[in-house]
Design a protein around this ligand. Structure first.
Ligand code: BTX
Length: 323
């Protein structure tokens, strides 16, 4: 496995030139026949490798096919997704995440599906998860945090998704409080955080991430045509889902580790830099009142800070906003 990861790294580094079997066998410390066998395995999983005698090999296409192998080979993570489950079709990756968590699966277990037949949103809403058109995945986490810090992980996840979209596609995502990622005012991604906790301890969290990638306007479900979008709709490019999953996992691991080391404040700044309608006035309904207020930012605990018309600041933990 680790040889295959190294081989992918070498091919990736040399994707603009040919590298000989001889060179690779030296770099990996294995025979040329063994190199050739590994290449055959990679090709089975959708890596396209061109071999020209006397010149050597060159990778021409990384696989878009999602499988445990294609996700783990060439992965840049240290702990995230080391236990990885891939389902072609399942009700919801969240349900598998919970089951595995109860059975004691390690921190960082990842469940990915090509299609979900009963994808879940928040408050029992439905999440459309069509076949091979997006990222539908759940991450099992066992953070050493208090239950009231869980919203920080959701906010972190939103910044990670926004970062990946921005760096990979050049599009300009926004984050709508608490956890929608938008492009051009339309929802491209949603996050669902579920947890099992005692009073002073999180037992586990199942963090669900849905990202619309390759839907076209025609293939988006009717009830979300007006409100949702995909990376393909926004960029007119068909994206490699496997690559985006790996990228999301790598960014997430890095952000999570620095959150544990440095705390929430860098994430708070980043979140605010992506925040939708920040500084602007919106209609807000809470269980107490309905009012117009300016969006200021978020607090360390994930609450939304607003400025009322009388100039007073207020923190909201749940509210309906008329965007
Ligand atoms: P949410 O409650 O914020 O959003 C759900 C609402 O968004 C729906 O009521 C609908 O209006 C709209 N919607 C449904 N599907 C889509 C879509 N594909 N794109 C844009 N808008 C949509 C957000 O909940 C949390 C979603 C988490 C999804 C992941 S996927 C992996 C994991 N497994 C699972 O079942 N859920 C999570």
């Amino acid at each position: 496995e680790s040889t295959r990861n190294l081989l992918i790294e070498i091919l990736e580094k040399n994707k603009n030139n040919y590298i000989s079997g001889e060179q690779m066998s030296k770099m990996l410390g294995i025979s040329r026949t063994a190199v050739w066998k590994h290449m055959k395995e990679l090709q089975k999983d959708g890596y396209e490798i061109e071999g020209i005698s006397k010149k050597g090999y060159k990778i021409t296409q990384f696989p878009s096919k999602v499988s445990v192998n294609t996700l783990q080979w060439g992965s840049k993570t240290k702990w995230l997704g080391k236990t990885l489950i891939h389902k072609h079709s399942t009700g919801s990756t969240q349900i598998i995440g919970h089951q595995l968590a109860v059975e004691g699966t390690p921190h960082g277990t990842v469940v990915v599906a090509d299609v979900q037949t009963e994808g879940k949103g928040r408050f029992d809403r439905k999440w459309h998860s069509s076949n091979n058109k997006g990222i539908w995945m759940s991450i099992v986490l066992r953070p050493n945090l208090l239950p009231n810090q869980a919203p920080q992980i959701t906010l972190l996840a939103a910044t990670v998704i926004a970062d990946v979209i921005k760096s990979k596609t050049g599009l300009s995502p926004n984050i709508k409080w608490p956890n929608d990622v938008l492009i051009n005012n339309k929802k491209v991604s949603g996050i669902l955080t579920e947890m099992q906790a005692e009073q002073d301890r999180i037992q586990y969290m199942v963090l669900g991430i849905g990202i619309n990638i390759n839907q076209s306007v025609e293939t988006l479900a009717n009830d979300i045509k007006a409100s949702a979008t995909s990376l393909r709709i926004e960029s007119t490019i068909e994206w490699n889902i496997r690559d985006l999953i790996q990228e999301t996992l790598a960014h997430f691991e890095q952000a999570y580790d620095s959150f544990i080391d440095e705390g929430f404040s860098p994430i708070k700044s980043k979140w605010e830099s992506y925040a939708y309608m920040i500084g602007q006035s919106v209609r807000i309904k809470t269980f107490k009142k309905e009012t117009t207020a300016q969006l200021i930012g978020i607090k360390e605990d994930g609450a939304l800070i607003i400025k009322n018309e009388d100039g007073s600041h207020e923190s909201l933990y749940s509210a309906e906003i008329q965007w």
